[in-house]
Design a protein around this ligand. Sequence first.
Ligand code: BG6
Length: 605
Amino acid sequence: MCGISGIVHSENIGRNLFNSIRNLEYRGYDSCGMAMLSEGELDLRKNIGGIDEVNALEQLDKMQGSIGIAHTRWATHGSVTQENAHPHLSYKREFVIVHNGIISNYQELRERLMSQGVVFESLTDTEVFVNLLEESYAEHSDLEKSFLAALQQIEGSYSIVMLSAHDPEHLYCVKKESPLLLGLGEGCNYVGSDLNAFLEYTRQAIVLDDGEYVVLGRDDYQIRKVETGEIVKKSILHIDWDVETSKKGGYSHYMLKEIFDEPQTVRQALKIPTEQISGLAEMFREASRAYLMGVGTTFYVANISQYFFSTLADRYYPALSSDEFSVVTVESGDLVLALSQSGETYDTKTALQYAKTSGAKTAAVVNVMGSAISMMVDQVIMQGSGPEICVVSTKAALAQTFIMLRVALELGRMRDYLTQDVYQKHQQDLELFPEMVQQILNEQSGFVRNIARSTSHVEHWLFLGCGVYYPVAMESALKMKEVTYQHAEGMPAGFLKHGTLSMVEPALHSLFFVPLKEQKVLHDRTLIAMEQVKTRGGTVIGIMFQGDERALAVCDQAVQLPQMSALCAPLAQMIMAQMFAYYAALDLGRNIDKPRNLAKSVTVG
Ligand code: BG6
């Protein structure tokens, strides 16, 4: 997702345009740029890096003009380079655009234009459209007609804002599947990919719908349907969000927003091409030994992945914390897989460097495009979860877990460990999971919040699970510690009786991750541990599945999830525990998005 902004005024708006993309930086910060018209001259400046870095290089905030467009990029197609940054200029320099979305038929259009002698500067789909505009204008010499003619040729999802010296008074905007809104000011109008683009200047907004385009002037606007040209009347909304809140889409914290992003995050993980997933699975298959690696949350994702590989592909790959990785010897023929949201974590980078110098193959699952780790491995899977702003990882960790589940499934199929039927059944389970995530977020958040509020005073927790629910418990305990500052210890439920049980008393709360009843061995082992705690007067909280009367009878309080596939059940419990930690921290008044002492990515040793 990217940030788009445009302003049309009667006075110089360079500073305001710069501020507008600064307010959009959370949408992406690989690169950014601005284009403005001043006395008929087009000034375009763009570079890679965050807003402040690019401003130091390009002096964006010093640009002059009364009409301009701006963009901050979260790369999905085309690496992070200055050429690929937006805005994009047409080959005769008469049109400039910013774009959010994916023009799915850009390759064939690009080939046709190149065969006609058009020279491209970038590899992006966006540049294809701006050159189509140039081509259309040569034919129609009317800006609106050219805009519409070019739109007829493209497919996919896009919100586009265009600026041209042929009409220095108007911006041409179109919306299809990617968000685009208008902001109506006094003698000044705005367009943006979300409210943050202009909320500090006006609270009067119009939300555009798919297939609508706008010719936007400083004190006039015309909204029409792309297909028919008919004028569209839209209601004007008064937005009463404060600027800070609106960056979080109305959620009170990024953490909650990013948890509620999870249905979409899983959909994105499902869209990763199968050839990428099987490419990584093939690397595992060819490796004589393989290791899974990460730190903090990603270490626990590696642990959860360990269980996926052993149950779905009959392969055991040790999970190691990056900071401890040097403890193993690595040699050529081995594979080391790193998990990292930021792609910049020092410990993980160092461990990968050690693996490479030892001759091992390396791979990674990463969220931030152009990050060091994504560039240093033999194969990278970009998870495409969008910017994760909250320091504690939720949606990125879930996506990584889901991706590793896909890889383990692929490996199981490749090794004929899974029959085709079982493999197909599991693939269907994965396809259904985004809807299941949406359902449990909608249905369960109230129950989770009640339990969290009634127990937020608890200072000592045990988080317990069996089998794959054990690393889920570990990751959830970390989440609890990170965001509430209360102590939580994750461990295998079966381990409890060997020592830790001595701690059990009413004040000590135990949160159990209870498997589906159909997971009989894991379920029975978990129930035994729950009853051990209960009989010794400990307080038992359960995250379980509906219809589990035996588990419910042991719990003081319980979250009861709908029945679902055993494959995805642990991921659903992980989400509930993220939400539990969030509401406990909320009740405690913690600095949820920036917990004390922590950093989003520890890039030092
Ligand atoms: C820690 C973060 O600093 O780094 C954790 O607070 C994160 O949330 C860990 O899991 C690893 O970061 P990354 O970017 O390598 O996944």
